[in-house]
Ligand binder design. Sequence first.
Ligand code: GLU
Length: 442
Amino acid sequence: MNPSPYASTHAGSSSLAGTHTLPSYLNADHLGPWGIYLQQVDRVIPYLGSLARWAETLKRPKRALIVDIPIQLDNGTVAHFEGYRVQHNTSRGPGKGGVRFHQDVTLSEVMALSAWMSIKNAAVNVPFGGAKGGIRVDPKTLSIGELERVTRRYTSEIGIIIGPSKDIPAPDVNTNEKIMAWMMDTYSMNEGATATGVVTGKPIDLGGSLGRREATGRGVFTVGCEAAKRIGLDIPSARIAVQGFGNVGGIAAKLFAQAGSRVVAVQDHSGTIYQESGLDVSALLNHVARTGGVHGFAAAQALIDDQFWDVPCDILIPAALEGQITAANAHRIQAKMIIEGANGPTTPQADDILEDRHILVLPDVIANAGGVTVSYFEWVQDFSSFFWTEDEINARLVRIMQDAFGAIWQVAQDHHVSLRTATFIVACKRILHSREMRGLYP
Ligand code: GLU
């Protein structure tokens, strides 16, 4: 898989000091995630009318916390990790967004991811602001005990700014239900009362919601079908290529396969596989559950990783990390439509190339909003201690995604802009309208 172009850049963090001017030698492919976000905001300002007065609000996080996480390793030594929790905006409600554990996590990245959560939550109109957290650690190098200690100390350190009505973390890259259970327990222990609503994406028996695990993939599938209808792409005969075969890519692939599509290529951290007649997605999911990756799946041809971008397909679903579709590979992509299951997988330069090539991009800020939408349902269920059926959850999720996508599609048509810009227009107007109504304090 491509190395993240952001691994060593902190280009955006200068904006914390009050400027987002980038050195001219940085081209658009190397803006860094926060720089990319700022450019996306700049593109929508002309469409905000009088609300543009408040646009600066979007260009700086409300609050950013950096924490030191010391833990005792199993060998008796002490290791320190750096963790972050950034609340980008809380005009529309408490902060909301996941926590990722990854060796390349930077403050710039978490700032951008928190801002994309503000946009995403406003795009689907759930009553949340945007937040995100992360720890710079490769969880694969930790034992289960070390992972628990890192999680608990991080939760305790960010405990001063999170809470069921302040900021609600959730799973993201390399975090899961088990980690959410530890986070919920640590916060509850410190508070002296069980607070299920402090995180979402919990195990079902601890106040989790049915359908949450599959929600992001289901949302990807739902918006994919909505867009396909509008551009005359036939889902039952579509060929799909997926990058990332976890919670998002794996579920999306399964739903497309159930709808009759052929999943022809899958790439993950272990390798790239291809089968022109369509992979057996259920068998592949079992293989991945058993072996940890797609590598070695018998009923497929192995490709070298870079060949993934040339695969003949109709729909490409990047569902791994940021910065995967760049100026270096955007001209090779054969798909008619790209559905961004990951956050930030396409650089702005690549976006422009794809637009010129008339490849439709369904942007992350709407395409992967299914996860946080069901997180909202989970939070509501925890507050009322009344739990819904899976059918109710899926039906409500599909309705929200279809309505939100329909409204965004219309804005794109009206203003002749990309779906990314249209989503930003809808979301930024909602956020800034709330901002204006609340007014400045003091
Ligand atoms: N991490 C997911 C996202 O990026 C879900 C966040 C949430 O449920 O709060 O949208």
